[in-house]
Design a binder for this molecule. Structure first.
Ligand code: GLU
Length: 458
C-alpha cells in the first residue's frame, strides 16, 4: 500500500513549486491504487503559530480541490502536539536530544568565526559538554534551553533516493538540528518524522531543498524506532519510508522565487489557466517524458514514473503553460465549461468558438460575433456590390454557408480570398475567426441578412 503526503506550511498561497510536489504525491498515490488503495494525505505544517494563518489553510484546501487533487485524509500538526511531546520524551530518555543555551547572536558569531577560518559553519556541540552545574547556572539566570537532536556520528547516513539514486552523508558534516525552541514550540524536523511514522507514510516525495533535512531525518526515524516508536507505535515493520527528491523548478531566467506571487495557484486561475493545463505541465516537467496537453488524468497517472525524473533543474516556462492551456481549452466539452460561459452559448456555440480561445474567459468576446453588435469594416465598391449579391443569394438551409458560397462562386466567378473574406468581414466584422460554416447558423438568417445589407450599403 502506498501512502504519500503533501505537507505545506500555511504561511502563504500555494505556488507552482508546491503544486508540483502535491501533484507528484497525488500521482504516486493514485498509481498505488493499482495494488489496493493508495492514500494521499494533506498534512498542514502549522507548528509555527506566528506565521501560520487560517486563511491559507482554507486556500490550500480550495486550491487542491480546484485542481482535483483532493486528499484522502487531512491532519494538522497543531492538533498533534502530544505525539511530538511523547516522541521528544523518548528521545530525551535515549540521550538523543540535548538542551542548548546559546543565543541567536552567539550562534551567529560561531558561524562567522568558522567561516572566517575557512571551515563549514557546523554547530560545535558546545552545549553537550556543559556540566550539570553550568546548566543549572544558565537556568538560574532564567535562560530556557532550546533543544537539539544529537546526530550519531558513528552511523553513516545513506538511502536509495527514488530520483537521485544512492545518497550518502557523513553525519559529522551536519549540525545537530534544533528541534524545539526555548518557548517549547516545534521546528519542522521532528514533528515531520513523527507524523510520517504515525501516518505510515511509505513515500516521502519532495523538492531537493530537503535533501539535507532527509539526512537528519533518516537518523531520527532510526532513533524513534530504537526508542520504541516504530512498529509498536504504528503498525509497520520498516520505519523508513522511501525518499525521493525532485530537482527544483526554475524560471527561464533563473530562480523562480521572485516571481512566485504571479505563479500562485489563485493567480494562475485568475489568468484563466485550466487545472488540466497546469497538471499536464507540472506532471512531466523535469522528466524525460514529453510535456503534452493531457486532459485525461488516468494517462498522467499511468505514465507517472520517478525513473524518468532528471537531476537537472526543471524549467518552468509561462509560454509553454499558455500553449498547453489553449490546447486543453480546445479539447473541453460543453458540459465541462457550461457554467463558466456567458448566457446563450449552447453546445453548438461553444463548439464553433472553442478553437479560437486560449482561455475559456475569452468566450464572451467571440460570442459577440453571434449576438452583435459587430465592428463595421470598410469595403470597396466592388465588394459592396458583391455583398449585395450575397444578401440576395442567401438562402436558409441546413448548410447556409456552404450553399451561399457555392451560389456566389457560380454567380460571380470569385474564388478563394475574394470569395470568402468580404463575407466574413461583413458577417463578423473581422478578418479571421471561427469556422463560418459553424458560425452562420448561430448568427441566424435575419441577422445575417441585416449584416450583409448593411455592409453592401456601405
Ligand atoms: N512543511 C514543509 C515544507 O513545506 C514540509 C516538507 C516535507 O515535505 O517534509 O517545506
Amino acid at each position: 500500500m502506498i501512502v504519500t503526503r503533501f505537507a505545506p506550511s500555511p504561511t502563504g498561497r500555494l505556488h507552482v513549486g508546491n503544486l508540483r510536489t502535491a501533484l507528484h504525491n497525488w500521482l504516486l498515490a493514485r498509481k498505488g491504487d493499482e495494488d489496493g488503495a493508495g492514500r494521499f494525505l494533506l498534512r498542514i505544517d502549522d507548528t509555527d503559530a506566528e506565521r501560520s494563518r487560517e486563511e491559507y489553510v482554507d486556500a490550500i484546501r480550495e486550491d487542491l480541490a480546484w485542481l482535483g487533487l483532493e486528499p484522502d485524509g487531512e491532519f494538522r500538526q497543531s492538533e498533534r502536539l502530544d505525539l511530538y511531546e511523547a516522541a521528544f520524551e523518548k528521545l530525551k530518555a535515549a540521550g538523543r536530544v540535548y538542551p542548548a543555551y546559546e543565543t541567536a547572536q552567539e550562534l551567529e558569531l560561531k558561524r562567522k568565526i568558522a567561516l572566517g577560518r575557512g571551515k563549514p559553519p557546523i554547530y560545535d556541540r558546545a552545549a553537550l559538554s556543559l556540566t550539570e552545574e553550568e546548566r543549572a547556572a544558565k537556568e538560574a539566570e532564567g535562560i530556557s534551553p532550546h533543544w537539539r537532536f544529537k546526530l550519531d556520528h558513528e552511523e553513516f547516513i545513506d538511502w536509495e533516493d527514488a530520483v537521485r539514486g544512492p545518497v550518502k552523508f557523513d553525519p559529522a558534516t551536519l549540525s545537530d538540528p534544533v528541534i524545539r525552541r526555548a518557548d517549547g514550540s516545534w521546528l519542522y524536523m521532528l514533528p515531520s518524522v513523527v507524523d510520517d511514522l504515525n501516518m505510515q507514510v511509505t513515500d516521502v516525495l519532495r523538492g531537493e531543498d530537503h535533501v539535507s533535512n532527509t539526512a537528519v531525518q533518516v537518523q531520527m526515524f532510526g532513533a524513534l524506532h530504537d526508542a520504541g516508536l516504530g512498529p509498536d507505535h504504528c503498525d509497520i515493520v520498516d520505519p523508513f519510508p522511501r525518499f525521493g527528491h525532485t530537482a527544483l523548478l526554475v524560471g527561464k531566467e533563473g530562480k523562480l522565487s521572485k516571481r512566485l506571487g504571479s505563479l500562485s495557484c489563485d493567480a494562475l486561475r485568475e489568468q484563466g489557466m485550466e487545472p488540466e493545463a497546469i497538471l499536464s505541465l507540472l506532471a512531466r516537467l523535469g522528466t524525460s517524458q514529453p510535456v503534452e496537453p493531457i486532459a485525461d488524468r488516468q494517462v498522467l497517472i499511468d505514465t507517472f514514473d520517478l525513473e524518468t525524473f532528471g537531476r537537472a533543474p526543471a524549467k518552468f516556462d509561462d509560454a509553454e503553460l499558455e500553449r498547453l492551456n489553449a490546447a486543453i481549452v480546445h479539447q473541453l466539452d460543453f458540459a465541462e465549461v457550461e457554467d463558466r460561459l456567458p448566457d446563450g452559448i449552447d453546445a453548438a456555440g461553444w463548439h464553433a468558438i472553442r478553437p479560437n480561445l486560449s482561455h475559456v474567459g475569452e468566450a464572451a468576446e467571440w460570442w459577440r460575433l453571434v449576438t452583435g453588435p459587430i465592428d463595421s469594416c470598410e469595403f470597396s465598391e466592388d465588394d459592396r456590390e458583391y455583398l449585395a449579391q450575397a444578401a440576395d443569394a442567401l438562402e436558409w438551409s441546413d448548410n447556409p454557408w456552404g450553399d451561399l458560397t457555392s451560389a456566389l462562386k457560380e454567380r460571380t466567378g470569385r474564388k478563394g480570398k475574394a470569395l470568402f473574406l468580404p463575407l466574413r468581414q461583413a458577417l463578423t466584422g473581422m478578418d479571421h475567426g471561427p469556422d463560418m460554416g459553424e458560425l452562420l447558423p448561430l448568427i441566424g438568417e435575419q441577422e445575417a441578412r441585416a449584416r450583409l445589407d448593411k455592409a453592401a450599403a456601405g
